[in-house]
Design a protein around this ligand. Structure first.
Ligand SMILES: Nc1nc2c(ncn2[C@@H]2O[C@H](COP(=O)(O)OP(=O)(O)O)[C@@H](O)[C@H]2O)c(=O)[nH]1
Ligand SMILES: [Mg+2]
Length: 381
């Protein structure tokens, strides 16, 4: 992207600086759809969360309910320290650091090990590798909190944001919640959850609180990890939407920057990396099992572009042509405002297409492409 902007800052025309950037065979090579998709998916990043608390309070149950892919059971646990294992799954942008059951005898060991691990990662300087926050679980059924737990929470909160999760919430009483809230002053919040419905002789208590937990977690997690959190959780559609809004806003402003030097439409190829990347990022955040081949099929069939000659220009042209009224600008020139509006329209058309495809159950890349085409035709431009 920055290369494109560098070109635009220069005095020479784009064609002078990048002679191959046209509708030539060479131009086609300069448009690397694989790279664009891989980079967009890579940009989603990773969120790293510590889960701590006593054995049996429901840590694994919580993780499996909140995140996709039964992380806590089927994920391969990699020992990080004596008391901590890292769970992750190929393609899922969340890493869970599950600490050994927190009992009176090992509280100090866990605390020291955690702290030194957090410090070690901070020194690496790479935000992606750092632990971003912790969920400390206490059973809201047991209604007991130890002094050692309170100390642990308030102490760990000096290193990173700690959310206290009251698990197994079966009643509406606030007494225990208020005690925990009062004691765990350094925690960012105390949230009551029931991760799985609970069967009783007189009926089922429905699961609750997971949406609120993700709402709060999304607020406090560093910006760099927000998209990854949105992409890996499966309980809060509003957070998914928030992350999509952000992806579209960023893409629209990149497109505006490109359009700021009015470009003839024939150079709309410059918008392709932005728009294709946006579609790939949205796919990931909306939890489509989308790899590079899937996204390629999706965008090429929506744009009506065939196999061997996938060029950025053909893709952008094919997609924009579907937006009512936008066809007329093909052949003219694109301004910052136009570039931004087109990109925004395309982003939300794709969001709506995924929503409608997902509401119909299983779908292929072609099905999604059809839904995308339909939505593009509804864009007001
Ligand atoms: N119904 C229901 N059972 C739960 C819930 N959370 C935990 N459990 C049960 O409590 C037990 C211990 O949970 P687990 O997740 O293994 O605890 P961990 O040791 O903290 O990882 C299991 O039998 C779970 O099924 C919940 O939200 N609802
Ligand atoms: Mg467990």
């Amino acid at each position: 992207m920055s290369k494109v902007l560098d070109i635009l800052k220069g005095n020479k025309t784009i064609q002078e600086q990048v002679p191959n950037l046209g509708e030539t065979a060479e131009g086609a090579k300069s448009f690397n759809i694989k790279k664009i998709i891989d980079e967009a998916i890579e940009k989603i990043g990773q969120v790293n969360i510590i889960i701590a608390g006593k054995t049996g309070v429901g840590k694994s149950t919580l993780v499996n309910a909140v995140f996709k892919g039964n992380l806590a059971e089927t994920g391969v646990g990699r020992p990080v320290t004596q008391t901590m294992k890292e769970y992750s799954k190929e393609g899922e942008p969340v890493h869970i650091f599950d600490t050994k059951g927190f009992e009176l005898g090992n509280a100090l060991t866990i605390r020291e090990e955690l702290k030194s691990e957090i410090e070690k990662r901070k020194k690496l300087g790479d935000m992606k590798k750092q632990i971003h926050l912790a969920w400390f679980c206490i059973s809201n059924d047991g209604k007991r909190v130890e002094k050692a737990e309170i100390e642990f929470i308030n102490d760990l909160a000096k290193e990173l944001p700690v959310v206290v999760v009251l698990t197994k919430t079966l009643d509406t009483s606030l007494e225990f919640y208020n005690i925990v809230k009062e004691e765990c002053r350094e925690a960012t919040n105390v949230i009551r959850v029931l991760a799985l419905p609970y069967e009783t002789p007189i009926g089922t208590i429905p699961a609750m609180g997971l949406e609120e937990l993700i709402d709060h977690t999304y607020e406090i997690v560093p910006d760099i990890a927000k998209a990854a959190l949105a992409a890996s959780q499966q309980v809060n559609d509003n957070i998914t939407k928030k992350a999509v809004d952000k992806i579209i806003a960023v893409a629209a402003s990149s497109a505006a920057a490109i359009g700021a030097t009015p470009i003839p439409f024939s150079d709309a190829v410059l918008l392709a990396p932005v728009q294709i990347g946006m579609i790939a990022s949205i796919s990931k955040v909306m939890k489509i099992e989308a790899d590079r081949a899937y996204i390629t099929t999706l965008v090429t069939s929506a744009a009506g572009v065939l196999g061997a000659t996938i060029t950025g220009r053909a893709l952008v042209r094919g997609l924009i042509k579907l937006i009512p009224g936008a066809g007329s600008i093909i052949g003219g020139s694109i301004s910052a405002v136009t570039a931004s509006l087109l990109t925004t329209g395309m982003g939300y058309a794709f969001y709506n297409a995924v929503r409608s495809a997902q509401s119909n159950g299983n779908f292929t890349a072609q099905d999604l492409a059809e839904a995308f085409k339909k939505e593009l035709k509804k864009v007001k431009f």
